[in-house]
Ligand binder design. Structure first.
Ligand SMILES: *[C@@H]1O[C@H](CO)[C@@H](O)[C@H](O)[C@H]1NC(C)=O
Length: 375
C-alpha cells in the first residue's frame, strides 16, 4: 500500500489517542471507566448527541461544538406564580406538580412562556464518557440526566447553560437518581432554572464531583439579588459524594443542601462570593468539610439545621484513624463561620476510597483551574 493511503488512518489513530479522558477520578468514584476504550464519536447534531448518550453501547462521545437545544421542543405558555415578587431581578415559578397552587397559594399569578427542552435533561445510559474538546463542548438549553440504574459514567470538560433561568422548575443541569459510579469533572454550569446538580431521593451511590465550576451569576434569582439560590442538592438515600477542587460561586442558598443518607467529603473547594448560605444540612447528612476556602460567603452554614458535620478550623487528628492523615483545616476570609465537631460518622469512611487533601491555601488556585476549558 502506498504511504499516502496509510497516512489518513494513522492520523485518525492519533486523533483517537487524543480523545481520552484526562486524569482519573479520586475519592468515592475511583475506578470509573465510562466508555473506556470505545472509538470516540463526534456528534454533529442535537439528535445525534441524544442518540449516543441514550443507546446501550459503551461510548466515548466528544463534543467539539455547541449543541443548542433551545427551541427543539417548542415553547409553552402557562400560568405560574411569583412567590418572591414580580421585580425584574426575581425568578418566577412554573406550576409544576401544582407547586404554585399547593405551596404558594398567596403568590401572585404570572403568565410564563418557557422553553420545553429545558424541563427534562438528556438521558445518559451506562458506560459513557462525555468529553468536551478544548473550550468547545457546550450544551445549551438542556441538562443531562442519569437515572434508573445508570452506572459508570464520566462527564468531563463541558459547559451546560441557559436552562430557562428566569423561572424555577424550568430544568436542572445535572440530575442523578438511582445511579452508581459517576464522575463529573471540569464541568461548568451556569444560568440554570433550578439545581446545578441534583442527586434525588433514590440512591446515587458513589459519586465524585471535581474541578467543576458552579456559577450562580444570574439576572433572575429567587432571592432577587443576582445570586442563584438553587445550587447543589444532595438528598439521596444511600449516597457517597466526593466534592473536590470545585468553585462554588455567586450562590445565595443550598450550595449544597444535604439530607437523606449522604456521606459527603467536601475537600479543597473554594466557596466564593455568596450572599446567603452555603451548607444547609438536614437529618441524615454526614458531612466532612476540610481544606476548603470560604471567601466572601455570608453564611457558610445555615443555622437551625440538623445532620452531622465535622469541620475544624485547626488540623484535626480525628480523621487519622480512617484516612491515615489528619484532616485539613478550612480557611475563612470576610465570611461567617463553619464549625462542626461531630466525629462519630467518620467511621463510615472506613474501607472507602478517600480523596487526598492539601492545605486550604492551595484551594485558592481552584479559582483558575475549575470549570470547562481550563485543561
Ligand atoms: C457496562 O460495562 C460493563 C463492563 O464491561 C458491563 O458488565 C455492563 O453490562 C455494561 N452495562 C450496560 C448497561 O451495558
Amino acid at each position: 500500500m502506498r504511504p499516502s493511503a496509510l497516512w489518513p488512518s494513522a492520523l485518525v489513530a492519533l486523533a483517537h489517542t487524543a480523545a481520552a479522558v484526562t486524569g482519573a477520578a479520586e475519592g468515592f468514584a475511583k475506578g470509573v471507566t465510562g466508555g473506556g476504550n470505545a472509538s470516540p464519536v463526534y456528534p454533529q447534531t442535537t439528535a445525534e448527541l441524544v442518540s449516543y448518550l441514550g443507546d446501550s453501547q459503551p461510548r466515548v462521545i466528544m463534543l467539539d461544538r455547541t449543541f443548542d437545544f433551545t427551541g427543539t421542543e417548542g415553547t409553552a405558555t402557562e400560568t405560574g406564580c411569583a412567590p418572591w415578587g414580580t421585580g425584574s431581578g426575581c425568578q418566577t415559578a412554573l406550576n409544576k406538580n401544582d407547586w404554585c397552587t399547593k405551596e404558594q397559594p398567596n403568590a401572585p399569578s404570572v403568565t410564563i412562556t418557557y422553553d420545553k427542552a429545558g424541563i427534562l435533561g438528556i438521558t445518559v445510559k451506562s458506560n459513557k464518557s462525555l468529553i468536551g474538546v478544548g473550550n468547545k463542548g457546550v450544551i445549551k438549553g438542556k441538562g443531562i440526566r442519569m437515572v434508573s440504574g445508570t452506572n459508570n459514567v464520566i462527564i468531563q470538560n463541558i459547559h451546560i447553560t441557559n436552562l430557562n433561568p428566569q423561572y424555577v422548575w424550568g430544568g436542572d443541569a445535572i440530575t442523578l437518581d438511582n445511579t452508581d459510579m459517576i464522575w463529573i469533572d471540569h464541568v461548568t454550569t451556569s444560568l440554570v432554572s433550578r439545581q446545578h446538580v441534583v442527586l434525588g431521593n433514590n440512591p446515587s451511590g458513589r459519586v465524585t464531583i471535581s474541578n467543576s465550576k458552579f456559577d450562580g451569576k444570574t439576572s433572575w434569582s429567587a432571592t432577587c439579588n443576582g445570586y442563584h439560590y438553587w445550587g447543589l442538592y444532595f438528598t439521596g438515600s444511600n449516597d457517597m459524594i466526593t466534592l473536590k477542587n470545585n468553585l462554588i460561586t455567586h450562590m445565595s442558598g443550598r450550595s449544597p443542601k444535604v439530607a437523606g443518607n449522604t456521606l459527603l467529603h467536601a475537600v479543597n473547594n473554594y466557596w466564593y462570593d455568596s450572599e446567603g448560605h452555603a451548607f444547609e444540612l438536614e437529618s441524615g447528612a454526614k458531612v466532612l468539610v476540610e481544606g476548603s476556602v470560604f471567601q466572601n460567603v455570608e453564611t457558610p452554614l445555615q443555622s437551625g439545621g440538623s445532620g452531622q458535620l465535622f469541620a475544624s478550623t485547626s488540623a484535626a487528628s480525628a480523621c487519622s484513624q480512617y484516612f491515615g492523615r489528619a484532616c485539613e483545616a478550612n480557611g475563612f476570609g470576610s465570611s461567617g463561620t463553619l464549625a462542626g465537631s461531630d466525629t462519630s460518622f467518620l467511621q463510615y469512611f472506613a474501607g472507602k476510597n478517600i480523596a487526598s487533601a492539601t492545605d486550604y491555601n492551595t484551594a485558592k488556585n481552584v479559582f483558575n483551574t475549575a470549570g470547562f476549558g481550563t485543561f
